[in-house]
Write a protein that binds this ligand. Structure first.
Ligand code: GDP
Length: 504
């Protein structure tokens, strides 16, 4: 990932060209959006190690996958041009990778250029919280030149080292599973998906389920366009034989037989229809009355930088001990699809956070509106700062846990006690205030001091179970696991009511 023109495509091309075996020239023709590259293994000569590059068209694809809960990327290579430094899309790539929790390696590209300044790039990245390892931090930053093929092996070795540290492993013997990188409807071949096998070995003839569709592998093609019959872990392949076109980010799973695949596909289609109905009516900032929600994440877009700064400061200052407001992205310009995707991916992550996009004197792009509707992302448009403030405050209040309030229902005076062998002590009482309810909680009060607090075990009127007994009437009460009741004690019944918070 990285800013436009910083050399992502060139770097990938250079790595792939250097990797084409002699005599295989012209082999790179097929574009399937993912490429296998083989790196010699110094520990085991002859056993090359495979690195798969996902050539995602943009950060959107990466985030879209994450929003769907798929994890295709183990490591992000952030490409930054040494003659240009940190740019807006660099920052965006860093935000997305961080949000996804995917470790990063930086390729500082174009070091062949006379005005290349790798140190300036490092400084810029350090400003984003990425500390270069040679400055004592934990991010590897490799100077490379795609044009001069410089240091590309070091970059690949660093990727493999990182993979070792992360202990990335897969079993080739399991039933295959993986993730869809791209899918389309091809006129001649039907539904075609580029999939990355993550576990197991995918074989021609395997029945599988992908997203909401079933299928049976009819044919497979490698990233070099060659027909293959098997795809072991970490292989990108084009798969034919799907019953429908899945979405990028859908997972696929090989199952025992095609009937099973069809049954699961049918169930998923039904669930998806139900979920779509529920989703459209939930999840906005207003519906967040539930417990635990503690952080309100804001994506802020405004027409001018001045407003961005003022709004950011104003909103973050609203933070209280119970609810924090955190601006996860702020910028000038219309609300873009990438903003919505970031919101969607973030809100999928945790039940204790809520996300809202604020547009101040700006509007969403039409793609952004569509995606927001589909992903149920909350977008609020404003042109007055204090209105934004009011709305965020209301949302914060909505996020607070309900307040628990005790309500005393009534009181009974103990007039006699009976010991019943299996039940323990039963108190013969008269209700002297309010009501006593069977489901209520109770306290035993002796000489004005609470000596026990718990639940009522039974409530009876003349040997009959009663739900409640009112002021002036007599009743028998026994308490859960408590028998030390004496004449003259008082039993107070109460309930805990939950009421929504109304202020911060
Ligand atoms: P992308 O938009 O990030 O995919 O960038 P490209 O790969 O299209 O590269 C943008 C421009 O930078 C092209 O004109 C490349 O020829 C040039 N470029 C890429 N890598 C290098 C490099 O290492 N050195 C030099 N001098 N130019 C490079």
């Amino acid at each position: 990932m990285g800013h436009v023109d910083h050399g992502k495509t060139s770097l990938l091309d250079a790595i792939r060209k250097g990797n084409v075996a002699a005599g295989e020239a012209g082999g790179i023709t097929q574009h399937i959006g993912a490429y296998s590259v083989f790196v010699p293994n110094p520990d085991k000569p002859g056993e090359d190690r495979r690195v798969v590059f996902l050539d995602t068209p943009g950060h959107e694809a990466f985030t879209m996958m994450r929003a769907r809960g798929a994890k295709a990327t183990d490591i992000v290579i952030l490409v930054v041009a040494a003659d240009d430094g940190v740019m807006p899309q660099t920052i965006e790539a860093v935000e997305h990778s961080k949000a996804a929790g995917v470790p990063m390696i930086v390729a500082i590209n174009k070091i062949d250029k006379p005005d290349a300044n790798p140190d300036k790039v490092k400084q810029g990245l350090a400003g984003l919280g990425l500390q270069p390892s040679d400055w004592g931090g934990d991010i590897e930053m490799i100077p490379v030149s795609a044009k001069k093929n410089e240091n590309l092996n070091t970059l690949l070795e660093t990727v493999l080292l990182q993979a070792d540290i992360l202990d990335l492993k897969a079993s080739p013997t399991r039933r295959a599973s993986g993730v869809v990188l791209e899918a389309k409807l091809d006129k001649g071949r039907g539904a075609v998906a580029t999939a990355l096998v993550q576990q197991g070995t995918l074989r021609v003839g395997d029945p599988f389920i992908v997203g909401q569709f079933s299928g049976k592998v009819r044919a497979m093609f490698s990233d070099r366009g060659e027909s293959v019959t098997e795809a072991p872990p970490a292989t990108p392949v084009e798969v034919l034989g799907l019953q429908g076109v899945p979405q990028a980010g859908d997972t696929f799973q090989v199952v025992a037989d095609i009937d099973r695949a069809q049954t699961i596909a049918g169930q998923r289609q039904m669930h998806a229809r139900q979920a779509a109905m529920v989703k459209s009516s939930s999840r906005g900032i207003e519906s967040l009355g539930q417990a635990e929600i503690k952080e309100l994440l804001v994506i802020l877009k405004a027409d001018v930088q001045g407003s961005v700064e003022v709004l950011r400061a104003t909103l973050e200052k609203l933070s209280t001990e119970k609810v924090k407001v955190r601006v996860i992205r702020a910028g000038v310009g219309a609300i873009a699809e990438s903003d919505v995707l970031l919101a969607s991916a973030t809100q999928a992550d945790s039940a204790s956070t809520a996300v809202v996009i604020i547009g101040f004197n700006v509007r969403p792009e039409s793609r952004a509106s569509d995606v927001a509707k589909h992903e149920a992302v909350d977008i609020r448009l404003h042109s007055i700062i204090y209105k934004v403030e009011e709305e965020i405050k209301a949302a914060m209040i909505g996020m607070l846990d309900a307040i628990e309030k005790e309500v005393v229902l009534g009181k009974a005076a103990v007039q006699e006690t009976f010991k019943v062998s299996r039940l323990g002590t039963i108190a013969g009482c008269r209700v002297i205030d309010g009501v006593i309810r069977r489901q209520a909680k109770a306290r035993l009060i002796r000489d004005g001091v609470v000596i026990w607090d718990g639940d009522i075990a039974s409530l009876k009127r003349f040997k009959e179970d009663a739900n409640e007994v009112k002021n002036g009437f007599e009743c028998g009460i026994s308490l859960v696991n408590f028998n030390d009741i004496k004449v003259g004690d008082e039993i107070e019944a109460y309930t805990i009511e939950k009421i929504a918070a109304t202020e911060l």
